[in-house]
Design a protein around this ligand. Structure first.
Ligand code: FAD
Ligand code: SIN
Length: 529
């Protein structure tokens, strides 16, 4: 089966939906999402979205906070552009129906998170992402020019390679003509041809055993673009959120928003004492890389499985008003955040690198944009500042929409694009081959490529990954495809990129900390792909 559209959007989080809404008045849009429309990382965002709103805050402060968190590796042009565009994009989100909390006097109730020098986080209680996803999903469902294919899985983007042309890695003439998309129930693969394709597939938290990310976050976009020979960069910088709720039986891990620390909650050890001041004068609100590493160190040196977050001294009404979902969730596990300490551990949370794009969100493959968490724009550098990712998604969706609208009519799709070839494939007999490799991949990444790394651990990770890579490729070639198998293959590709990038960086900077090179180089801009 073949379909033709003007804009193919792969992913239905904030990045994909905002792009779709911005182009839909001008052309036919198809959104493909591998789960239900609302099942995205976006939906789980708690803290909010950063934007300079009132004095004494100003753009310069937000720029500086982002650059400091990014530890010398942000692209300052991008940082300025995103920070300055923020208020306009917030207005757009509100116009689309998103509600941010306001105080009694009608001004926005701005929160503060780690690494921010001012209160500048717009939020909707402690479930901002849910509110954004609700508003935008409603809007796209009602737009006459937008069609939605839920529970459809993009397997590969279509390029000249599928026309039988030999393509070299990083060749500047690679073009994208759409994607091959799997309908998991029937196992049939559709050919979707598009003048413009947008990768908005989110992050890859599931590379790790403990993550705040829902099951959809499997690095699909990065893997597809890597296989199509686009440039992927900055993948060594995986952000671990310092405070996910310690509840080993639960996956994904429930997040205890940094906004709770912004509201006064303090990290403590099992002895009831604060420990963050030993590591950083900003204490519990230091940037995430520092806090996560400090917790990791406390746990390892004391032999504890978690540390505590203490919110017992905070005004109970304030806690209820601002954190009703965290309160309810903890209560369901017998923890009353007003009376009890909250057990927390770091969890894989955000992918700072990804598909390399320019200031218009355009990738190194022609006609292909990458937006949101799957992209590498240069905003986050070596560590993302809290609540800057929703902002990045919506700002770059706007830039990409303007650029794409200007160019998409010129894009001719060749007539001879072949259908997916699955000749000679059979149903994989044993699903255990997939589930076991999935688990092994997560163990390799968690044990050897986590918060603290070393040359030896990275080498061991690469050696072990090689084995499951070979096995999985073999399975892929001879199987009728399933979503699980494709996801496993993508996660192995994404893991490879994280390990390879980590091995190439011979220094410790931001989120990448290695005991073999504990210090940052002076001149530390590396190009890794
Ligand atoms: P997502 O929202 O993850 O959407 C990805 C979409 O792609 C999904 O629809 C998925 O189904 C689809 N998809 C993936 N692969 C395929 C495929 N092969 N085929 C078809 N569809 C596919 N950031 C902030 O700025 N502020 C916060 O407060 C905040 N809190 C967070 C809390 C949690 C618990 C988590 C997990 C993240 C948080 N983040 C926060 C990060 C932020 O939510 C994400 O970075 C952002 O939402 C990513 O948006 P996105 O549109 O790029 O991707
Ligand atoms: C949080 O609420 O702590 C998450 C914020 C973010 O990841 O930006």
């Amino acid at each position: 089966m073949q379909r033709k559209v003007d804009f193919l959007v792969i992913g239905s989080g904030l990045a994909g939906l905002s792009f779709a809404l911005k182009v839909a008045d001008k052309g036919k849009v198809l959104i493909v999402s591998k789960a239900g429309l609302e099942e995205t990382n976006t939906r789980y965002a708690q803290g909010g979205i950063a934007s300079v709103t009132y004095a004494p805050d100003d753009f310069e402060k937000h720029v500086n906070d982002t650059l400091i968190a990014g530890d010398g590796l942000c692209d300052e042009r991008v940082v300025r552009m995103v920070v300055e565009e923020a208020p306009k994009q917030i207005e757009e989100l509100i116009k689309w129906g998103t509600q941010f909390d306001v105080k009694k006097n009608g001004t926005f109730d701005l929160a503060k998170e780690g690494g921010h020098s001012e209160h500048r986080i717009l939020h909707h209680k402690d479930n901002t992402g849910f509110e954004i996803q609700r508003a935008l999903s409603e809007r796209v469902r009602n737009h006459p020019n937008i069609q939605i294919l839920e529970h459809h899985f993009a397997v590969e983007i279509i390029t000249q390679h599928h026309l039988g042309h030999l393509i070299k890695r990083y060749h500047s003439d690679i073009e994208c003509y759409g994607a091959y998309v799997l309908q998991p129930e029937t196992r049939k693969i559709m050919t979707i041809l598009a003048k413009t394709t947008v990768m908005a597939t989110g992050g890859a938290g599931n590379l790790y055993s403990t993550t705040t990310n829902p099951l959809i976050a499997t690095g699909d976009g990065v893997a597809m673009v890597y296989r199509a020979k686009g440039i992927i960069d900055n993948m060594e910088f995986i952000q671990f959120h310092p405070t996910s709720l310690y509840n080993p039986a639960e996956r994904p891990s429930f997040l205890i928003s940094e906004a709770l620390r912004g509201f006064g909650a303090i990290l403590k050890g099992h002895d009831g004492k604060e420990f963050m001041q030993k590591y950083d004068s900003r204490g519990s609100l230091a940037p995430r890389d520092i806090v996560a590493r400090a917790i990791d160190n406390e746990m390892k040196t004391r032999g504890d499985d978690f540390v505590y977050l203490d919110a017992r001294h905070i005004d109970p009404q304030g806690l209820m008003d601002h954190f009703p979902n965290i309160h309810e969730k903890c209560l369901s596990l017998g923890i009353d955040i007003m009376k009890d300490l909250i057990p927390v551990v770091p969890a894989a949370h955000f992918q700072c690198g990804g598909i390399k794009v320019d200031l218009n969100g355009h990738s190194t493959i022609n006609r292909l944009y990458a937006l949101g968490e799957c992209s590498y724009t240069g905003l986050h550098g070596a560590n993302r500042l809290a609540s800057n990712s929703l902002l990045e998604a919506v700002v770059f969706a706007d830039k990409a929409a303007k650029h794409a609208l200007h160019h998409y009519k010129e894009n001719i799709i060749p007539a001879n694009i072949p259908m997916w070839n699955d000749e000679g494939t059979t149903h994989p007999e044993e699903i255990v081959l997939i589930t076991q490799n999935y688990r092994e991949m997560q163990q390799i990444m968690s044990n050897y490529v986590g918060i603290v790394r070393s040359n030896l651990r990275l080498k061991r990770a690469m050696d072990r990954l090689e084995i499951i890579y070979e096995e999985t490729e073999e399975l892929f070639k001879k199987s009728i495809l399933s979503q699980k198998l494709c996801e496993l293959r993508n996660m192995i590709n994404a893991s490879y990129l994280v390990i390879k990038s980590a091995q190439a960086r011979k220094e410790s900077v931001g989120l990448h900390y290695t005991i073999d090179y504990p210090h940052a180089k002076k001149d530390n801009k590396l190009f890794i792909s």
